[in-house]
Design a protein around this ligand. Structure first.
Ligand code: PGA
Length: 245
């Protein structure tokens, strides 16, 4: 894995934004895989600013988000779709029909996941997948387990994952859904290129295990070691556990 260690969160956001901007300059119709969470907030701020100053054009781009809570409608204020509207979609010239999301209020979660896989394939696959990482090593909502489903699937959230999402629900952990829909690790590994982003000391153990540990479904992000084009972009704090960096 190619690991890039930058000074702080700001530098990380700037570098990843530059990569997205370069991808779209090179390939205006690129297919982007997008994450939610605290980590990409500054990235999306950079992309909004770049759009406002004419440095990036999303008009031909397609997006697929990684995951969504089961039971939340797209316009629910705590949905990941609403997060994306707030931080990016409402501010840039993405075509609405090329924004793709797993539907949290589907009546048939399994069929919804099949639909999503087909939509990704029909778009030609994901060119650049951007990922955050959980403190437990999860990517998307692929939580540590003895085995993982490869394709998009309904997923149960770990207590720690629900706690780290509580802010979206006014700090009420009990309000965070127990289930979600998520791209699978196989979906992610089919992307042509992947950028894993992590900042802060709380991610140091997960980054060490991901980059220098065994490939194991107990650390879902470690499966990215099997992909030939992954860049891990981290700040000094998240890189603190890496040996020989
Ligand atoms: P965070 O979440 O950016 O809020 O830390 C990342 C993740 O859990 O994937």
């Amino acid at each position: 894995m190619n690991v890039r260690i930058l000074k702080d969160e700001k530098a990380v956001a700037r570098a990843v934004a530059a990569r997205v901007i370069a991808t779209l300059a090179d390939r205006p119709a690129a297919v982007l895989g997008l994450p939610t969470g605290r980590t990409p907030i500054q990235l999306y701020a950079h992309l909004r600013a770049a759009y406002a100053s004419g440095r990036v054009d999303f008009s031909k781009a397609t997006t697929f988000n990684l995951d969504e809570f089961l039971g939340l409608a797209p316009d629910h204020p705590a949905s990941y779709r609403a997060f994306m509207e707030t931080h990016l979609f409402a501010h840039v010239n993405l075509s609405r029909r090329r924004i793709h999301f797993l539907n949290g209020v589907t009546s048939d979660p399994a069929a919804e996941c099949v639909r999503y896989e087909k939509a990704i394939a029909r778009a030609g696959g994901i060119d650049l997948q951007i990922l955050g990482i959980g403190g437990n090593g999860h990517i998307g909502f692929n939580e540590p387990a003895s085995g993982l489903l490869s394709d998009s699937h309904p997923a149960r959230l770990e207590p720690g994952t629900r706690r780290s999402n509580a802010d979206l629900f006014g700090g009420r952990v009990e309000a965070v859904p127990r289930e979600a829909l998520s791209m699978g690790v196989g979906t992610i590994l089919r992307s042509k290129a992947v950028i894993l982003v992590a900042t802060g000391a709380g991610k140091a153990d997960a980054i060490k295990a991901t980059v220098q540990g065994l490939v194991t479904t107990r650390v879902p992000a470690s499966l990215l070691q099997l992909h030939g084009a992954v860049e891990v972009v981290v700040d000094e704090a998240a890189a603190a556990g890496l040996v020989g960096r």
